[in-house]
Design a protein around this ligand. Sequence first.
Ligand SMILES: NC(=O)c1ccc[n+]([C@@H]2O[C@H](COP(=O)([O-])OP(=O)(O)OC[C@H]3O[C@@H](n4cnc5c(N)ncnc54)[C@H](OP(=O)(O)O)[C@@H]3O)[C@@H](O)[C@H]2O)c1
Length: 285
Amino acid sequence: MKILITGSNGQLGREIRELEPAYTQYEFIYTDVEELDITDAASVNDYFAFQRPDVVINCAAYTAVDKAETDEETAFRVNASAPGNLARAASDSGAFMVHISTDYVYNGRNYSPYIETDLINPVSVYAKSKAAGEEAVHLAGGKAIIIRTSWLYSAFGNNFIKTMMKYGRERDTLNVVFDQIGTPTYAHDLAKTILDILPMAMIDERVEVYHYSNEGVASWYDFAKAIHRFANITCKVNAISTSDYPLPAERPFYSVLDKSKIKKRFSIEIPYWRDSVKHCIDRLG
Ligand SMILES: NC(=O)c1ccc[n+]([C@@H]2O[C@H](COP(=O)([O-])OP(=O)(O)OC[C@H]3O[C@@H](n4cnc5c(N)ncnc54)[C@H](OP(=O)(O)O)[C@@H]3O)[C@@H](O)[C@H]2O)c1
């Protein structure tokens, strides 16, 4: 089975690359914007005609949530139109698509975990562009899964873990918000899950939406404290409220994802978020 990875220099893409030796049943083709700009529909069609992948895992995205507020055009081109290009090319050639979306498609005003059929109501530009990307995958009419995930981090790229480790070592105190609640997700765990569930997921004839994050619930404050504990950093972390740390893009206050559907459908176990944070920090050394 030939699997095309787009955006493979990003967090999720790099974690998939790391896992390749454990998945010898698959042949991987790694691309990022230089090899395959997914916003270019003609290039996408040519690439599919030439490489004939059986599966495309779309790890490409515009993930600068605050920058998107003033760069709506690019956010929509990469997060909305481009997944449509991939989904149509996949559908036309009979390939299966795995598309990644976000907890930010919810407005975060719930106080119980979101299930896949809950009404989406994105508030930021980034969130709206990701919701439009989901819609484009649905409209293409091919076979696909859309996985909504949250608070992604990995051993690669810039992310909350690396920021907290850097600032924690440089400063005596740090302020982190305690009133946004969700679940961190280790891209290594998500990558492994995608590669494990693929053969079964491909049986479904339509587009299925699944939620995936690590298990458990945390605030960004809890996340920061766990990072410092596992990294032996003694910096004092102050719990502050969102109103004390204004950012250009509005974030959901509560975006815990209910993962019952993916766990039941594929009989998978999901690691507890703190165990995964420790695993990532051990890797970072
Ligand atoms: N990060 C999070 O906290 C988070 C949370 C929930 C969901 N997600 C979703 O999870 C998925 C993976 O996120 P991630 O954190 O791994 O993203 P990431 O690290 O930002 O990686 C995205 C990759 O896509 C590339 N890319 C951008 N435009 C492209 C284009 N036109 N064609 C091809 N490649 C392009 C990027 O290149 P450049 O770096 O050069 O732009 C980058 O290498 C995304 O769909 C994201 O929306 C992320």
